[in-house]
Design a protein around this ligand. Structure first.
Ligand code: GRF
Length: 224
């Protein structure tokens, strides 16, 4: 059975595009563990909604993003099985995080728990990374709980920080890795290869059984 995925996005939607490229809209030709069946936003002007439209994926703009009851009703109406947050800037209401544990994931453009939490999104994340003088940033994909950027981490990937990096240059390098890592994690969670156990810990592997990554750093334009 192909799981039905809802992608929540407030911005440009490049991660949505990456998910659609890997998983596709409903009724995709090749068998996939999940398909993007709905795109949700809190902003009618979000670029992600136009991307969804081009792929024939239904969309919904939330009039009240903090209203858990209406959000649960929307998810039921579209028979949604999993949620992927992709640059969604609103908190998921507690009635949803409390009942959807293990079925909501988020991608963050830094190595949590560092450089995360309320207000840490967009250029601010990369400005903070550069200001801190760290030499490695990266991408984190985690299960979503009631606390912002806090849920159990599923996968991370390092991205080198260059001494002459601007926030924009670093953001672009991190985003290229997001577009590779996030779809792989979403597919692994949707297929059941990775789960959130009753112990609150992540079980299973995103990559091959040996646990090593299946895409190379060089392919991300990152010279070693
Ligand atoms: C990404 O950097 C993601 O990590 C963060 O918000 C940004 C969304 O970008 N949560 P896009 O809208 O997917 O292009």
């Amino acid at each position: 059975m192909t799981a039905r995925l809802a992608v929540f996005a407030s911005g440009a939607g490049s991660n949505l595009e990456a998910l659609l490229t890997r998983l596709g809209p409903p009724a995709r030709a090749r068998p996939v563990p999940a398909e993007v069946a709905l795109v949700v936003s809190n902003r009618a002007s979000a670029g992600a909604l136009a991307i969804a439209g081009r792929h024939g994926v239904p969309t919904s703009v939330l009039a009240a993003p903090s209203d858990g009851r209406s959000l649960l009703a929307l998810l039921a109406q579209h028979r949604i099985d999993f949620i992927a947050l992709a640059g969604y800037l609103k908190q998921i209401p507690a009635p949803v995080t409390e009942t959807w544990g293990g079925r909501i994931v988020n991608v963050h453009p830094a190595l949590l728990p560092a450089f995360g939490g309320p207000g840490m999104y967009g250029p601010r994340v990369h400005q903070a990374v550069i200001a801190a003088g760290v030499r490695v940033s990266g991408v984190t994909v985690h299960f979503v709980d009631a606390v912002y950027d806090n849920g159990p981490i599923i996968a991370q990937w390092p991205v080198p920080v260059r001494s002459d990096d601007t926030p924009t240059a670093l953001a672009e390098r991190v985003l290229r890795v997001e577009h590779r890592l996030y779809p792989a994690v979403v597919e692994a969670v949707a297929s059941g290869a990775v789960t959130l156990g009753p112990d609150g810990r992540v079980h299973g592997h995103v990559f091959d059984a040996s646990g090593t990554a299946t895409f190379s750093l060089q392919s991300e334009g990152q010279s070693p």
